[in-house]
Design a protein around this ligand. Structure first.
Ligand code: ADP
Ligand code: MG
Ligand code: ZN
Length: 503
């Protein structure tokens, strides 16, 4: 049924990002990949909350938080402090989480994004604050036995940055673009891998709707633990529809915390406002306030890498890439670095490198599930390969074959061309002889062509390519084939003419 009023969705996001530091937020325990490491091996009295253990702030985590704050155009607060957020849950051994409350490290930033339809969105970042991750629970359901839960404290105390936006997104697409941009920036900074399936990046979407034109915000719900982009888009779209239906039916949206059921594609209530947590925040007595002076901020700012938007603009301006190619190559820092190294080693136009990288190499990477960091083709070798095409040593198809071999073995293009005998044949005499063979061996097709069936030409070209195992220089071969066919045509005509004259 078509709604009576038109509604505008309002979305604000909270993003939890684990920081990729060597040690945990408040102790010296190593930060490990919790999907791989043996459970409960990187723990100590501090992160397991034993009485009397004293936390100390990890400088590297603070620096990474400053980096993110700067990249999100935030104000970095010179006075910042920690607070206890109290709640009781088995994954929280201390009974509280050390977080930041009144004095977060970064405030009042923004990001500009373009969504998949090309629409631009300016999204304000309210704050980013430091905290610690919780332990991981594994619920085990055994048929006919007692259910139980396992707990892994390795993740407990891992530095976490919570990035909170203003409610500035008004479509699912805008929310998706914002989340994508945050992930892209975190990966660029090297502070988070962006591996959603490992849980190092988690989204929470706050959703409300209001009639178009109304200023006041509607009542919101909060969807917790969205662990993929798919869950984020499906859940927000579902929630927008659900809320509109509630209002249209004369009801009221209830403020509550929701979960997302990824099997049934519905949101479900986890707790209502009446049962909302009262976290009883108070200043963390075991940690003094942290002052971050200007010189420290400047030091971090000085080593901030070029960010994706700046790199994108530079790729267009300096290398003459199309906006599309520039976007594709600037989105991932490792890809961008690879591209620039290859351009440096190559004497032709950077757009050729862009074409081979985003075309053929990406194809191989996708097919084999290999990330750019693990690709066995060094950027210089890709440049060499393209050089061989430019020099006429390889045709396009053979070059693709050579790249496939380079990708599989890590070999150099010259060595592979040599070993596989893939060098292009552009020698006139050699190709003339091959074309003559093809024409002689396929009299029926030649006759069909001469009778006006133009499409047979391609088939004959295919035969020439086959006879040379794909190595013929296509332009030369095409010309020679054309010449040969024309010669036969003339001959026939001449024959026909002399027959006519004889009568
Ligand atoms: P809390 O601390 O209880 O989670 P906040 O007011 O700090 O609530 O907001 C958390 C997130 O919810 C922010 O990203 C904010 O932009 C968003 N938000 C707040 N009110 C609304 C609303 N009415 N509709 C959509 N999002 C909202
Ligand atoms: Mg919240
Ligand atoms: Zn520890």
């Amino acid at each position: 049924m078509k709604p009576l009023l038109e509604y505008e969705p309002v979305i604000g996001m909270e993003i939890h990002a684990e920081l990729r530091t060597r040690s945990k937020m408040f102790c010296g325990c190593a930060v490990t990949d919790t999907t791989v490491a043996e459970p409960n091996t990187t723990i100590c009295p501090v992160c397991t909350g034993l009485p009397g253990a004293m936390p100390a702030v990890n400088r590297e985590a603070v620096e990474q938080a400053i980096m993110v704050g700067l990249a999100l155009n935030c104000h970095i607060n010179e006075f910042t402090s920690f607070a206890r957020k109290n709640y009781f849950y088995p994954d929280l051994p201390k009974g509280y989480q050390i977080s930041q409350y009144d004095f977060p490290i970064a405030t009042e930033g923004w990001v500009d994004v373009a969504d998949e339809n090309g629409a631009a969105h300016h999204i304000r970042v309210r704050r980013a604050h430091m905290e610690e991750d919780t332990a991981k629970l594994f619920h085990v359901y055994e048929p006919r036995e007692v259910d139980y839960t396992l707990i892994d404290f390795n993740r407990c105390g891992v530095p976490l940055l919570e990035i909170v936006s203003e409610p500035d997104m008004h479509s699912v697409e805008a929310a998706h673009a914002y989340a994508t941009k945050i992930r892209e920036i975190l990966r660029y900074l090297g502070v988070n891998s962006g591996d959603m399936e490992k849980g190092v990046l988690r989204f929470e979407a706050n959703v409300s709707v209001r009639p178009v034109g109304r200023e006041r915000l509607g009542t919101r719900t909060e969807i917790k633990n969205l662990n993929s982009f798919r869950a984020l888009t499906l859940a927000t779209a579902y929630e927008i529809e659900r809320q509109i239906a509630v209002i249209e039916a004369g009801g009221e949206v209830v403020q509550e915390t929701l979960g997302w059921d990824a099997l049934r594609n519905v949101t479900f209530s986890q707790r209502s406002k009446e049962h909302a947590h009262d976290y009883r925040y108070f200043p963390e007595p075991d940690l003094p306030p942290l002052s971050i002076d200007r010189p420290w901020i400047d030091e971090v700012a000085a080593v901030l890498p070029e960010l994706p938007d700046a790199k994108y603009a530079r790729f267009v301006a300096d290398y003459g890439l199309t906006p599309y190619d520039a976007r594709v190559l600037a989105t991932d820092r490792a890809v961008a670095d690879y591209f620039e190294s290859a351009v440096k080693a190559y004497s032709g136009a950077p757009s050729s490198v862009a074409k081979w990288l985003s075309g053929e190499l990406f194809y191989l990477m996708n097919r084999e599930g290999v990330a750019i960091e693990a690709v066995r083709v060094p950027p210089e070798a890709l440049a060499q390969l393209i050089g061989l095409v430019d020099a006429g040593t390889l045709n396009q198809n053979s070059a693709k074959t050579v790249l496939g071999e380079m990708f599989a073995t890590g070999g150099s293009p010259e060595a592979i061309v040599e070993a596989k005998g893939l060098a292009q044949i552009s020698d006139n005499d050699q190709l003339t002889a091959i074309v003559a063979h093809v024409v002689a061996d396929n009299a029926d097709q030649v006759a069909a062509y001469l009778a006006g069936k133009d499409s047979v030409f391609q088939w004959l070209m295919g035969q020439v390519m086959r006879a040379t195992r794909g190595r013929a220089a296509p332009d030369v071969a095409r010309q020679l084939l054309q010449d040969a066919l024309e010669a036969i045509c003339d001959e026939h005509k001449g024959h026909f003419d002399s027959e006519a004259k004889a009568k």
